[in-house]
Design a protein around this ligand. Sequence first.
Ligand code: SF4
Ligand code: SF4
Length: 226
Amino acid sequence: MLREIDLSKVTDNRLYKGNDEVIVPCDSCAGCSECCRTVGDTIILDPLDIYNLNIATGRSFAEMMEREIEIRLVDGLVLPNIMIDEGSGGCTLLDENGRCTIHKLRPGFCRLFPLGRLYDENGDFRYILQVNECDHPVKGPVRVSDWLGITELDRYEGFIKEWHAVLKGLTEKADQTDDEKIKKHLSWLPIRVFYEPSYDKKADFYGQFHDRLKVLNSGLKSAGII
Ligand code: SF4
Ligand code: SF4
């Protein structure tokens, strides 16, 4: 999402690509789950995360709203995030041994941490290392692509840019109108188009995402918004 940050205070002042090496916990976190216990409501989920969570839990978006995810307003748009345990403040998907119960299909933000993404004005992005976010004592160089552990990284990064453009476009459209009804309509569009309708778990995600992009654009056109 759109954030104003002072890079010199929170990063090592470097921008990384997928093939670059970055200094992160090189022992794959070795039993640590500190960031999962302190995430708060920061793990905002994109449509691929919901597709993966649907596979991991076997539950639909509506069913996951009962215990795995919740929705809230983020920069004027209603978006889902991982539900937090009210008692501990940690992620509800962490088990009693401190392990992630959906590790192989964990959300993109979880894969990134302590990295982040920084977008330029064209919607392209580079990875950044948030130097104040992880105190793990054993760190070393790891290729960004290995840290993320995502297959077909090119396709994934293409999707991330497209999704960023969708959210940015909807936010800008909402900012440009004083019509509260249109603002509300725009704020719920991500949920209505990209999250609520079930994905075919056996079919490729990216093709289904592109079909929904078409649905979004034709809906915006027929409503006279674009
Ligand atoms: S990223 Fe850092 S804080 Fe999070 S689990 Fe790994 S070592 Fe722990
Ligand atoms: S989904 Fe898994 S990796 Fe992400 S915060 Fe929860 S327990 Fe940690």
